[in-house]
Design a protein around this ligand. Structure first.
Ligand code: NAD
Length: 431
């Protein structure tokens, strides 16, 4: 196959997915215009200032700008003229009934409708309910413009790496030529490409995310049983993971799944099922189990401070939904913080991404400051640096003795040697 180079691409949305798509496609030799509705973001990006924490992103954006392969504009309409392929990477947040809100997508499509050149392809990269590609086609009302679905699977914290080294690329379109044109953009990536219909493509994204969320809820439930039955979940999951039908990924218990995708996607699929008069009891149970897991962690903290949270100070280690990102959206750490605060705990938190102000939490600039005077310390995000802390220093500053490790992240020997009680998930209680 020929290497396609220099295709004129518009990317709508300059967030985690849009900026990654724009910067990576520019690095593959395409000519990319990336549009956002936020003028301040566009100005900053045009100067090469990347505000999200993603390894390699600043370098790619800088190189794209310097080579003239990447530029930023305000508004989808500004990016449309001349575009051969347009990627929609706008937010699809959860609405009050659980369904994905498509307002941003519809607004972008309305802006694109007139200025889009004939024979262009509009590609949906946002996570959207089954049927949205067809809806985008209707909204466009342009028989000379094709529509495709190309869901994104990148993980925050390794977005650039994941985009350039995908496990697979999924493209769904009723127009095979359009699907092949989109596939050709990725030719240099050497990844398996699955061409399918739009509905299947849209479902693949939901099925993948909901499966991973369900798997985590399953492991959290196993961890709870392990703890109560005297088994060690770390050994149990290791024993499970050796089974090649199971594998080792996504088998670690934690404070519940969160982030900007899993909760909204799980609710959206459940809502989609309800809309067609169906149900998904397994997914519903995974969501309920997740809420229960957060309460379970709160219960451990309550126990650690002696049974009553009101009037105690609790130190929080980690606020982001996982390590390596600065994203606080739907973070389980914040959900747990809210539950602790509702019981009257005073919260002092530290996160290596230095998130600035967070409602209800006094954010401090070191783990030691979070521990100072705390009745208990709770580790909520698996930042590697937490393993390297001087735990003896922490032991000297904390007023209680318990470290509730909601990620099973710390070295038990180190915490124990510091004279602290290390409460993990799915393992016998410390004494
Ligand atoms: P984000 O909030 O980081 O970025 C969205 C950007 O779109 C923002 O900069 C916003 O200003 C801009 N925007 C909103 N409306 C616009 C409009 N009408 N025109 C132009 N720009 C507009 O969101 P994200 O995390 O990049 O997610 C985007 C989509 O990708 C969602 O559907 C999400 O579910 C999906 N997704 C996200 C991830 C992830 O890890 N973040 C991974 C895979 C898929």
């Amino acid at each position: 196959m020929n290497v396609v180079s220099g295709v004129k691409i518009a990317v709508i949305g300059a967030g985690y997915v849009g900026l990654t798509t724009a910067a990576c496609l520019a690095s593959l030799g395409h000519r990319v215009v990336c549009a956002d509705i936020d003028p301040a973001k566009v100005r900053a990006l045009s100067r090469g200032e990347v505000t999200i924490r993603e390894p390699g992103m600043a370098e790619l954006v800088g190189a794209g700008l310097a080579e003239g392969r990447l530029r930023f504009v305000v508004g989808a309409g500004e990016a449309a003229p001349g575009a051969e392929v347009v990627f929609l990477c706008v937010p699809t947040p959860m609405g009050p009934d659980g369904a994905a809100k498509l307002a941003a997508l519809e607004a972008a499509v309305a802006e694109l409708r007139d200025p889009l050149p004939p024979d262009s392809v509009v590609v949906n990269k946002s996570t959207v309910p089954v049927g949205t590609a067809a809806r985008v086609g209707e909204l466009l009302g342009r028989s000379d413009v094709a529509v495709a679905s190309n869901p994104e699977f990148l993980r925050e914290g390794s977005a650039v790496h994941d985009f350039l080294n995908p496990d697979r690329i999924v493209i769904g379109s009723a127009d095979l030529d359009a699907a092949k044109r989109v596939a050709a953009l990725y030719e240099a990536l050497n990844a398996p490409i699955l061409l399918t219909d739009p509905a299947s493509s849209e479902m693949i994204k939901y099925a993948a995310n909901c499966y991973l969320a369900t798997r985590l809820s399953f492991v959290n439930s196993i961890a709870e049983l392990c703890e109560r039955m005297g088994a060690d979940v770390n050994d149990v999951t290791r024993g499970m993971g050796y089974d090649q039908r199971i594998g080792t990924a996504f088998l670690r218990p934690g404070p519940g799944w969160g982030g900007s995708c899993f909760p909204k996607d799980a609710h959206a699929l459940l809502r989609s099922a309800a809309v067609i008069g169906s149900d998904f009891p397994l997914l519903r149970a995974a969501i309920d189990t997740n809420a229960r897991q957060q309460r379970l962690v709160v219960g451990k903290v309550r126990q650690a401070v002696g049974g009553r949270l009101a009037g105690t100070r609790v130190g929080l280690l980690g606020l982001t939904f996982k390590a390596g990102t600065d994203d606080l959206r739907d973070s389980p750490a914040l959900a747990i913080a809210e539950l602790l605060a509702a019981e009257g705990a005073e919260l002092v938190g530290y996160d290596p991404s230095m998130p600035g102000a967070v409602a209800g939490i006094r954010v401090v600039d070191s783990a030691y400051a979070a521990a100072a005077g705390a009745s208990a310390l709770v580790l909520l995000t698996e930042w590697p640096e937490f393993r390297e802390l001087d735990w003896e220093r922490i032991a000297g500053q904390i007023s209680g003795r318990y470290v509730v490790d909601a990620r099973n992240h710390l070295d038990p020997l180190v915490v124990h040697h510091a004279g602290l009680l290390h409460q993990r998930l799915g393992q016998p209680a410390p004494h």
